[in-house]
Design a protein around this ligand. Structure first.
Ligand code: 3SL
Length: 249
């Protein structure tokens, strides 16, 4: 009997570990920034945003502002002075985003997207779209690289735990296998955290950064699984939801 050729799963715990060679052709890169960029992007699509254009720098965002675009941006959690709103998932309301194109720039999340943009396939992951993301990855049947945005190139718990649950979900399908210890480590971390996710996240540095800024109201929302079926995919510098037609909202 011939062995089924399996797709590999790897995790980059920090953008510094993101190896360019793993992203060509038969790879999909999943960008993860649970607190808060990728949770916010998923929320924006859930609430009917037409498209999100991620930009790496505040200067680029400002150029778009001058052209009349809506800007959502932050640095170190604080809303950029010229932005229309910041980076809380709760900012991306139906009233604000439905049918609109939003320019988006954040401390780590949009930097990770920028790094990955030369990859053939880039998709946005969060706890809130875990199921639809998993189904989309299974359907596309390619190797998966999970890129954790982390914090300024450091490891963080929240993105790594999400990487673990995504590995667990993918391994339910015989088309995937782990070929790097990073995926096993993420899976173990998830198993440690999953019985009390919010309790475990008390150890996370960014949880406390957000608390100091009074921005931690999104915690429970960000760690609730499968509240949305969006699949935001980067296509030629623009993110769109390939799972839904926002006009139907
Ligand atoms: O770094 C990011 O991309 C942000 O998600 C960080 S913050 O939660 O907005 O501070």
């Amino acid at each position: 009997m011939t062995d089924l050729k399996k797709n590999t799963i790897e995790v980059c715990f920090s953008p510094k570990l993101f190896p360019d060679r793993l992203t060509k052709e038969n790879y999909i890169v999943v960008i993860v920034d649970i607190l808060r960029a990728t949770t916010s992007i998923c929320t924006a699509f859930k609430n009917g945003v037409k498209a999100i254009i991620p930009v790496a720098t505040i200067e680029e965002a400002y150029e778009y502002k001058k052209k009349g675009y809506i800007i959502a941006s932050e640095r170190d959690g604080k809303v950029t002075d010229f932005a229309d709103f910041g980076n809380s998932a709760f900012n991306f309301t139906v009233e604000r985003v439905k049918g609109k194109t939003i320019i988006y720039s954040t401390t780590n999340g949009t930097q990770a997207i920028e790094m990955a943009k030369s990859a053939k396939n880039v998709v946005i992951g969060s706890f809130i779209n875990l199921k639809s993301l998993t189904e989309w990855l299974v359907k596309h049947n390619k190797n998966v690289v999970i890129l954790c945005a982390g914090w300024k190139n450091k490891f963080n718990l929240e993105d790594s735990i999400f990487a673990g649950v995504l590995v667990e979900n993918l391994l339910k399908y015989p088309i995937f296998k782990i070929n790097c210890d990073s995926a096993s480590a993420a899976l173990d971390l998830w198993k440690l955290a999953k019985t009390d996710l919010l309790g475990f996240i008390e150890k996370a540095a960014h949880r406390h950064r957000l608390k100091k800024l009074g921005l931690d109201d999104v915690l429970e929302y960000s760690f609730t699984l499968n509240t949305s079926d969006v699949v935001p995919v980067l296509d030629d510098k623009i993110i769109k939801d390939v799972n839904n037609n926002s006009e139907n909202l």
